[in-house]
Design a protein around this ligand. Structure first.
Ligand SMILES: [Mg+2]
Length: 352
């Protein structure tokens, strides 16, 4: 089996309402689908979702990068996933979203060739996962109402976006805890919106609302800030924007800066490196979450297969298909409230 052709197409899907976090507000998911063709007629699928404030990529830059990267993988056997991943790194630095889409398509091909679902190809630890649901930034009453609706729909884990201003954030979480009731898990994501001092002050107050963890309380480059926050509050700290690569993961582990790591395929540059991050974390006793940018069910399917495959991936944040006004994907994982069911189809089991 040989890779003979790569196709990339822009896909733009409006959100039901703008997705507002501390970094920006996003009205439309402007992503890229890739298809990798082989000489025996099988097609592998992948998705790249740019998030310019985090990864520095755009829909246009991904289309351009895929064209460059294609040259480094034509003629290779997709069963050699590690080699394909390396050849792309030798061709071009960064551009991890573009690489992630191609690597997803290669893993899809490899698992299809073996006639097993991708999560089994990768380790097969479980066959379904449970996602949280995000409550995006609005005024506190509207966020409490969104939380109440999510709980009524059966979601048991809420991910609350904070990081705007410490006082408002405390008010938001207080109202959401009241609306959600005591049995619901609440995790926070500040998306780099606080400095270490603000984070410590806010989180000490937020401890009383039974918060499971806080994601990226301080700017991505402030590893010392992460460590300080971790040492000063009784809420565990998760790195997201601070960890793209396996080397980044090693650094936060060595510095004792985090309790958890959020892995995203478009940060890591694909499944191969995501597995390395998870392995490093697992050896250090640090559990991982798998998250995503604003991806369709194609990207979510690739991420869900990774998450299901690995014992150490104990938290899942793959809710963005619920925020999109349409679903351009056929097959793939099935969403049933907070459950994501992997299914028996070979590879990712998708087409677009
Ligand atoms: Mg995050």
């Amino acid at each position: 089996m040989k890779i003979v052709r790569v196709e990339a197409q822009p896909v733009s899907v409006p959100l039901k309402e703008p997705f507002r976090i501390a970094l920006e507000s996003i009205p439309v998911a402007e992503n890229v689908f890739v298809k990798v063709y082989t000489d025996d007629g099988v097609i592998g699928y992948g998705e790249a979702a740019p998030f310019k404030m985090v990864t520095g990529e755009t829909q246009q830059s991904i289309l351009t990068a895929v064209k460059h990267l294609e040259q480094s993988i034509l003629g290779l056997d997709p069963m050699r996933v590690a080699l394909v991943s390396e050849m792309m790194d030798r061709r071009m630095a960064n551009n991890n979203g573009a690489k992630a889409a191609l690597v997803s398509a290669i893993y899809d091909l490899a698992a299809r060739h073996c006639r097993i679902p991708l999560y089994q190809f990768l380790g097969g630890y479980r066959d379904r996962v449970k996602t949280d649901i995000t409550v995006t930034i609005k005024d506190s009453a509207a966020m409490a109402e969104d939380a109440r609706k999510a709980v009524a729909k059966g979601f048991s884990v809420l991910k609350i976006k904070v990081g705007i201003s410490p006082d408002e954030d405390i008010d938001r979480v207080a109202k959401i805890r009241e609306a959600a009731g005591p049995g619901i898990k609440i995790r926070l994501d500040a998306n780099q919106g606080w400095n270490a001092r603000e984070a410590i002050r806010s989180l000490r107050v937020l401890e009383e609302f039974d918060v499971e963890l806080v994601e990226q309380p301080v700017p991505a480059g402030d590893i010392e800030g992460l460590r300080q926050v971790r040492g000063s509050v009784n809420i565990p700290v998760m790195a997201d924007e601070s960890v793209f690569s396996p080397a980044d993961a090693l650094r936060v582990i060595k510095e004792g800066a985090v309790d958890y790591i959020n892995i995203k395929l478009v940060k890591a540059g694909g499944t191969y490196k995501a597995l390395q991050i998870n392995a490093l974390a697992e050896a250090a006793g640090i559990e991982c979450m798998v998250g995503q940018m604003i991806e369709t069910r194609l990207g979510a399917t690739a991420a869900a297969h990774l998450a299901a495959a690995c014992k150490n991936i104990t938290r899942i944040d793959l809710d963005t298909p619920y925020f999109l006004s349409e679903d351009p994907v056929v097959g793939g994982v099935t969403y049933d409230g907070e459950e994501i069911i992997l299914g028996d189809a070979a590879g990712l089991g998708v087409s677009v």
